[in-house]
Ligand binder design. Structure first.
Ligand SMILES: NC(=O)c1ccc[n+]([C@@H]2O[C@H](COP(=O)([O-])OP(=O)(O)OC[C@H]3O[C@@H](n4cnc5c(N)ncnc54)[C@H](OP(=O)(O)O)[C@@H]3O)[C@@H](O)[C@H]2O)c1
Length: 289
């Protein structure tokens, strides 16, 4: 089995933080102190730069590598000066691309092994046998321990899983994006006993600051439940995800350690069905039938 921490730290936005290597290292160390020991990456984050920024910080304290787990993704090809061969933003899930992308990620992160690699987005041209061949090769070489996918529908997941045992589907889920609750994604995760990873657990911050009608309604419901449990609104947003029986693993994306602390605090909050439904109904915009 994989060993994801119960809350994962997402590195997507790290390039925007404009931090020194020492500041990046401090963030990593403070996450580890909170028990947030898994870090989520993708080759493309920060225009193909975030893995390098993270690797540079880790190189300042090589002993830390053994205390954390690294997840990265591949398969999206951006049009950028860093990849002059890309004419069009596209997907590439060929075995050759998966292998070369992972080898590049290993070099950027300054490590010899990744805990987990995910196919970032479903590719209409994906060939499950080619993906399985790449995964088998990378695993046999000791370069990657586990594999998963991201943003896959249940049938897409099933197709790849039929060729290679996947360990997760990393998906978007929060009270402003409820589709996985009813499109079979979480049913599949529960049936296969594979914990989904949840990206943008705070809707990229919209849950906390959005001013739209739906955002205000959801925030009011979160605040009412938060007041009952005497914790913060953000903690309740994480507790809402954690309450699902598929045992989701939220990937929190804040630069602020206090925000990471609020996410971790949710591990000690259990919502009952009425708390949970108050928030769900606010997202739906109506009482449950
Ligand atoms: N697989 C995929 O396709 C996919 C897609 C998107 C993301 N991801 C992964 O998921 C991770 C998390 O995504 P995310 O960053 O969108 O997650 P998020 O936790 O939903 O949003 C983080 C953003 O919300 C802000 N925020 C957090 N707490 C706040 C608060 N109390 N008040 C106001 N703003 C607050 C943060 O700003 P501060 O930093 O200032 O707190 C940050 O800009 C990414 O790093 C990446 O690893 C994966």
């Amino acid at each position: 089995m994989h060993s994801l921490s119960k809350i994962v730290a997402g590195a997507w936005r790290m390039g925007d933080w404009r931090w020194t290597p020492q500041e990046r290292l401090r963030w990593i160390e403070q996450c580890l102190e909170l028990g947030v020991t898994t870090f989520d990456h993708a080759d493309i984050y920060g225009g193909y730069q975030v893995e390098r920024l993270f690797g540079e910080a880790l190189a300042l304290a090589p002993g830390l590598r053994a205390q954390l787990h690294l997840v990265t993704k591949c398969g999206i090809c951006l049009v950028t000066a860093a990849r002059p061969q890309h004419r069009v933003k596209h997907y590439d899930t060929s075995a050759a691309h998966i292998i070369s992308s992972v080898e590049h990620s290993l070099r950027m992160l300054g490590t010899e092994q990744l805990e987990m690699v995910l196919i970032h987005r479903p590719d209409p041209l994906m060939d499950a046998d080619a993906i399985a061949a790449a995964f088998t090769h990378l695993h046999a070489d000791g370069k990657v321990l586990h594999f998963g996918v991201s943003n896959f529908t249940p049938t897409q997941f099933e197709m790849v899983h039929s060729r290679y045992p996947l360990v997760t589907n990393q998906i978007e889920l929060h009270p402003l994006h409820l589709a996985p609750l009813h499109d079979g994604t979480l049913d599949q995760a529960q049936r296969l006993q594979l914990q989904p990873m949840i990206w943008s657990p705070l809707a990229g911050g919209r849950l906390m600051t959005g001013q739209g009608e739906r955002e205000l309604r959801v925030r009011a419901a979160l605040a009412s439940v938060a007041a009952r449990h005497v914790v913060s609104v953000a903690t309740i947003a994480f507790a809402w995800l954690l309450r699902h029986p598929s045992r989701p693993v939220p990937v929190a994306g804040s630069r602020r350690i206090d925000a990471m602390r609020e996410a971790v605090a949710a591990l000690h909050v259990t919502l009952d069905a009425q708390d949970w439904t108050e928030i769900w109904a606010a997202g739906l915009g109506h009482e449950v039938p």
